[in-house]
Design a protein around this ligand. Structure first.
Ligand code: NAP
Length: 509
């Protein structure tokens, strides 16, 4: 039997459950074995967690502690998590099916490091008080004025299944750092690593009610986003759920931070040499089996480079080893569930029906009888097809041949409801940079092949670094977030921290 991680819910500083609550069975997507259980929260449980967070904010010491004191708790939490890095890694790989390579790159120390960097920022970077010059603030009878930054209050944090530990951390760490209290609700498929965050907070001595972790499906989400005691919702997930959350939060005018879907373009410009085109293969779409919001899943390729690109595909397929995510040589682990695999299959089929050419993949690997595996897939189509417009969230690259003219590349890249990530590759960085400025997305990499010693040496099986062969990965994102229907607001960096604060102006006379 697989190792079991069983947890209760964490509310008001205690591990709680109730006979009324049905258990959620958590399974390993690589072998379909049960790896743990948590109770499924109800609306009643959610209200209890919200009340605990409200009480801790309104009456607790947390929002009013000096930044250095709160920073001390955050650093203790980081130390506890770091001391359990092996357990954390084992759990993340089992819970999500992320390869050990991608776990280390995206979910491990970097994610824990959010606690340390936010602790540093609130002590040394954040301007908690800003004097206002009397020319700006001048009102008759007023002798002084200042702006104060304060925590926004109770934060509901709702997260998806793909990189749960990192995504939980980029919400919990800044919210706690600035003095907010939190109710965290991870995805029902991946609730376990959030409980390790709760356990670390408890052991670090963070006061009761400051962080609460519950589970639950849509109606619990609706409670978190509509309850008047919640001041802000920070959500990462699909654009469809983001719309629902925005509507549910509107009657109480909560602040809403949304990190949503993407259909990012990797744009190869017309001056790129054939030798480079031969190495592109899957670009970065195999990272976590394509289950990443900012992965560059549309490859815009000049027509004159298509033959060179095709000639490299066999090498890319050979390098894309499918299998056990714990094996360090594995490039492609499983999709999260059967439901996700059938969504991917349906979208690939829609592409074929709309006239796309299937170059490789498009089926389940015959040798993997357990787990939700899918072959790395390349389709050649055009930008009007569903495979170019909809998020597939699987290991599928849609190649879109174009004229090689920069204006055409910009027009096609921008022809999307999304605007999250992207990359531009030219022979020289300057040309790539100019095109990057014209693409309406939140995060882009610009790369010059001639100046990049790595260019042209890859296998094309790409699972990093970055979400493609350009430097647009999360590690580089000083501010993570999107334009258009990819979201509202930013995570990471000082923008991510400030999103959890309000500004108060006090004048005196
Ligand atoms: P999802 O289906 O939208 O679910 C995300 C979370 O929302 C889950 O915890 C889910 O709970 C919860 N939820 C469902 N209905 C809700 C409601 N009515 N009110 C409040 N919460 C509700 O997304 P997913 O399939 O897990 O994740 C994939 C999506 O996330 C992709 O679109 C991807 O691009 C996006 N994503 C974006 C970013 C970014 O930074 N921009 C990063 C990662 C992922 P349950 O557990 O009950 O389903």
């Amino acid at each position: 039997m697989a190792k079991q991680w069983d947890f209760d819910l964490f509310i008001n500083g205690e591990w709680v459950t109730d006979d009324e609550l049905a258990p959620i069975e958590v399974i390993n997507p690589a072998n379909e074995e049960v790896i743990g259980h948590v109770p499924e929260a109800t609306v009643k449980t959610a209200k209890r967690a919200i009340e605990a967070a409200r009480h801790a904010f309104d009456h607790g010491p947390w929002p009013w502690m000096k930044p250095a004191e709160r920073a001390g708790y955050l650093v203790r939490m980081a130390e506890i998590l770091e001391s359990r890095a092996d357990e954390l890694r084992e759990l993340i790989v089992a819970e999500t099916g992320t390869t050990s390579f991608a776990t280390d790159m995206i979910q491990g120390y970097g994610a824990i490091g959010m606690l340390r960097s936010n602790a540093m920022q609130i002590q040394h970077e954040m301007q908690w008080m800003e004097p206002v010059g009397m020319i700006q603030g001048g009102t008759v009878g007023v002798t002084g004025q200042a702006l104060f930054r304060e925590p926004i209050g109770v934060v509901a944090a709702i997260t998806p299944f793909n990189f749960p530990f990192m995504l939980n951390m980029v919400k919990v760490a800044p919210a706690l750092a600035v003095g907010c209290t939190v109710v965290l609700k991870p995805h029902s498929w991946t609730p376990l690593d959030a409980m390790l965050i709760a356990r670390a907070a408890q052991e670090a001595g963070i006061p009761a009610g400051v962080i609460n972790v519950i589970t639950g499906a849509g109606e619990v989400g609706d409670e978190l986003t509509s309850n008047p005691m919640v001041d802000m919702v920070t959500f990462t997930g699909s654009t469809a759920t983001g719309r629902r959350i925005m509507a549910s939060s509107a009657p109480t005018l909560k602040r809403v931070q949304l990190e949503l879907g993407g259909k990012s373009a990797q744009v190869i410009l017309g001056d790129v040499p054939e030798s480079y085109a031969r190495t592109i293969g899957f670009g970065g779409v195999l990272t976590h089996c394509g289950q990443g919001c900012a992965i560059q899943t549309r490859l815009l390729l000049p027509v004159h480079l298509m033959d060179a690109y095709r000639s490299g595909v066999a090498d890319a397929v050979a390098a894309a080893k499918i299998g056990d995510p714990n094996d360090p040589s594995t490039v492609l682990g499983p999709l999260i569930r059967e439901l996700q695999r059938s969504r991917v299959e349906a979208l690939v089929q829609s592409g074929i029906e709309q006239g796309a050419e299937l170059v490789t993949g498009g089926k389940r690997p015959a040798h993997m009888t357990k787990g939700f595996f899918y072959e790395p897939t390349i389709l050649i189509g055009d930008n009007s097809m569903r495979i170019a417009q909809e998020e597939i969230f699987g290991p599928v690259m849609t190649v879109i041949p174009y004229s090689g003219n920069d204006d055409d590349a910009v027009r096609i890249a921008n022809d999307s409801i999304y605007g999250l990530g992207g990359g531009v590759i030219a022979n020289h960085t300057g040309r790539a940079f100019n095109v990057a400025r014209q693409i309406r997305t939140g995060m882009l990499g610009a790369q010059g092949v001639a100046s990049d010693p790595q260019a042209g040496t890859g296998t094309g099986a790409g699972q990093g670094p970055g979400w493609g062969s350009t430097p647009s990965g999360i590690g580089q994102a000083g501010a993570f977030g999107g334009f258009k229907q990819s979201g509202l607001g930013r995570e990471w960096g000082h923008h991510g921290l400030e999103d959890f604060t309000e500004i108060k102006s006090i004048s005196w006379s």
